[in-house]
Write a protein that binds this ligand. Structure first.
Ligand SMILES: Nc1ncnc2c1ncn2[C@@H]1O[C@H](COP(=O)(O)OP(=O)(O)OP(=O)(O)O)[C@@H](O)[C@H]1O
Length: 298
C-alpha cells in the first residue's frame, strides 16, 4: 500500500532558512496492515502523515501510495487522492468535527464533498465504531473518546483504502485509548482498510504487531511482535530472558548500509562524545567498539 524510499521534506522558512523534516525516509506498509509510527517530538511523524495524506508534497525521493506516485500527481489528481484514497483522524477533534452538526451529519459531510450522500452508510459506519446509539447527538453532548470514535467514522466516510490517524489517543485516558484501538482493529479486520497510527504512547505501541520508529526524519528501527518476527525471520532468539519480551526491535539498515544506533546504547559503552566507532567482524558478527577502548587496554 505504501512504498517510500529515500524521501526528503525540506521546509523553507521566510528568512531563507531551511528545515529538513524528513531526510531519506524508507517505509513499506502492506495492504490491510494496521501499524504504528512512533518517534519523539520533532522527529518528522506529522510531516510524514501529512505527506501520506496528500496535504503536503515530498521534496524528493520516491513515494507510492496505492500505486499512485505522490511526487508526480497533478493538483487535480491530488484533490481526488485526498477525497478517495485516504481518510484522516486528527488528535484535535476541532479538526475532525463540526460541533453544531449531529454525529451522523458529521459523517455525511465528506460524502457530500464527493457528491454522494448516503445516510444509511453513515449510520452503518457509526454502528461499526460503536456509536450507533448516539447518531443524532450533537458533539458537545459527547465525551472526548466518543467524539474520537465519530472522527474515525468520518475518516472512513468515503471508503478510503488508507486510514491515517495522528495521535488518536493523545487526549484520552488509558481505558478509552484501549477502546479506540479496538475500534481500529475491528475496522481493519472487517473492512480490510490499511491503518497507520502515529503515536507517542508506548502502551499503545505494545498492542500493535509492527511499529516503525522515526528519529531525525529517518526510519531508525522496526519493532515487531515476537510471533511476527519468528514467522518472518528464520533466526530463533536464543536467550530465555528475551522470551518474556512481547516485541523484538530491529534496526533499519538503509540501502547505503547505514543504521542508527540508539543513543542509550552508545552512552552505555561510554561513547557520548565520540563520533567514530570501531567496526569489526568477529565470528560471523559485526561488532561496534569504542575507539578509545584499545588505547585504554594497551
Ligand atoms: N510547516 C513547517 N514549516 C517549517 N518547519 C516545519 C513545518 N512543519 C514541521 N516543521 C519542522 O519539521 C520537523 C519535524 O516536525 P514534525 O511536526 O513532523 O514532528 P513530529 O514528530 O510530528 O513532532 P510532534 O510529536 O511534536 O508533533 C521539526 O523540526 C519541525 O519544526
Amino acid at each position: 500500500m505504501i512504498h517510500c524510499r529515500n524521501m526528503m521534506k525540506i521546509y523553507k522558512l521566510d528568512n531563507e532558512i531551511e528545515v529538513i523534516a524528513l531526510q531519506g525516509l524508507d517505509l513499506d506498509v502492506e495492504k490491510g496492515e494496521l501499524m504504528g509510527i512512533i518517534g519523539s517530538s520533532g522527529s518528522g511523524k506529522s510531516t510524514l502523515l501529512n505527506i501520506l495524506g496528500g496535504l503536503d508534497r515530498p521534496s524528493a525521493g520516491k513515494l507510492l501510495v496505492d500505486g499512485k506516485d505522490l511526487l508526480r500527481l497533478s493538483d487535480k489528481e491530488l484533490v481526488k487522492y485526498k477525497l478517495e484514497t485516504v481518510g484522516f483522524v486528527w488528535q484535535n477533534n476541532a479538526r475532525n468535527l463540526l460541533p453544531y452538526l449531529t454525529a451522523v451529519e458529521n459523517v455525511e459531510l465528506p460524502m457530500l464533498l464527493k457528491g454522494r450522500h448516503k445516510r444509511e452508510r453513515a449510520i452503518e459506519l457509526l454502528e461499526m465504531v460503536g456509536m450507533g446509539h448516539r447518531k443524532y447527538s450533537r458533539l458537545n453532548q459527547l465525551s472526548g473518546g466518543e467524539q474520537q470514535r465519530i472522527a474515525i467514522a468520518i475518516g472512513l466516510a468515503n471508503n478510503p483504502r488508507l486510514l491515517l490517524a495522528d495521535e488518536p489517543t493523545g487526549s484520552v485516558d488509558t481505558k478509552t485509548a484501549d477502546i479506540i484501538l479496538d475500534v481500529f482493529r475491528t475496522l481493519n479486520q472487517q473492512l480490510g482498510v490499511t491503518i497507520v497510527i502515529v503515536t507517542h504512547d508506548t502502551q499503545l505501541m505494545k498492542k500493535m504487531d509492527r511499529v516503525v520508529a522515526i528519529r531525525d526524519g529517518k526510519t531508525s528501527s522496526e519493532i515487531l511482535r515476537r510471533r511476527i518476527y519468528e514467522e518472518e525471520f528464520i533466526t530463533q532468539l536464543d536467550e530465555s530472558e528475551e522470551e518474556s519480551e512481547s516485541h523484538v526491535e530491529l534496526a533499519v539498515l538503509d540501502s547505503a548500509g547505514r543504521i542508527q544506533i540508539p543513543k542509550d546504547y552508545l552512552e552505555g559503552i561510554g561513547m557520548n562524545d565520540v563520533n567514530k566507532v570501531r567496526i569489526e567482524l568477529e565470528e560471523g558478527q559485526i561488532v561496534l567498539k569504542n575507539p578509545n577502548l584499545k588505547i585504554q587496554e594497551e
